[in-house]
Write a protein that binds this ligand. Structure first.
Ligand code: AMP
Length: 218
């Protein structure tokens, strides 16, 4: 049983938030709330929201705060969040962090810890542009560091692996710029309220996971 179970995973794209979420979820019964996954599901379903989000996502820009905050607020009312949750990729702006506080208060939930995933920029670019994602279970692989056993096939569920359209070099660079401008101010925000813990996410997966467990049980 983790000491901290209502979690925010904060960090630039490619830092391993999704990868370590996946590992943690094998050991702990937490709800996984990835705003990127929710938006990609909207795109796949061809909804109006999906259509407007796709244009922004393909340029590496953020979807408007209120839209993502409403999605998360609705998700936090669900029963499976009672046992804890990982907010993966949300909040991404200070305005979203404030909307999260409101939504959490309404459902009687509090954030226990914000984990900052820290990794050097060149590694992030390498990881993003070589990333492969499973269409079915969303697991991540990497053409350089974490190849699947069979080309193009997910080791976990047999689903098809694909390259996300926003993992091209140009969009990856834009996403990192957007992170610096709009998301990095959250580091100060969560340091001020004492919730922030940082892990070195340039480490290999097993060592990164050990570092994550250490901060969640501190
Ligand atoms: P991710 O899967 O977390 O890398 O997110 C992919 C893309 O979805 C981002 O580049 C944004 O365009 C959009 N997105 C995901 N989460 C958010 C968020 N919290 N706020 C705004 N846009 C988001």
């Amino acid at each position: 049983m983790l000491k901290s179970k209502n979690l925010v995973f904060l960090g630039p794209p490619g830092a391993g938030k999704g990868t370590l979420s996946e590992v943690l979820l094998r050991d702990e019964k937490l709800a996984h709330i990835s705003t990127g996954d929710i938006l990609r599901a909207e795109i796949a379903q061809g909804t109006e929201l999906g259509k407007s989000a796709k244009a922004l996502m393909d340029q590496g820009k953020l979807v408007p705060d209120q839209i993502v905050a409403d999605m998360v607020a609705a998700r936090l009312t669900q029963k499976d969040c009672d046992e804890g949750f990982i907010l993966d990729g949300f909040p991404r702006t200070v305005a979203q962090a404030k909307l999260l506080e409101e939504a959490a208060a309404k459902t009687g939930r509090t954030i226990d810890k914000v984990v900052l995933f820290d990794a050097p920029r060149d590694l992030l670019i390498q990881r993003l542009t070589a990333r492969l994602t499973c269409r079915q279970c969303k697991a991540s692989f990497n053409k350089l560091f974490a190849k699947p056993a069979k080309d193009g096939i997910c080791d976990h569920c047999g689903g098809e692996l694909f390259q996300r359209s926003d993992d091209s070099l140009e969009t990856a660079q834009n996403r990192l710029k957007v992170y610096d401008e709009q998301t990095a101010p959250l580091i100060e925000f969560y340091t001020q309220n004492g919730l922030l813990a940082t892990i070195d996410s340039s480490l290999p997966k097993d060592q990164g996971y050990a570092a994550l467990l250490a901060v969640l049980n501190a």
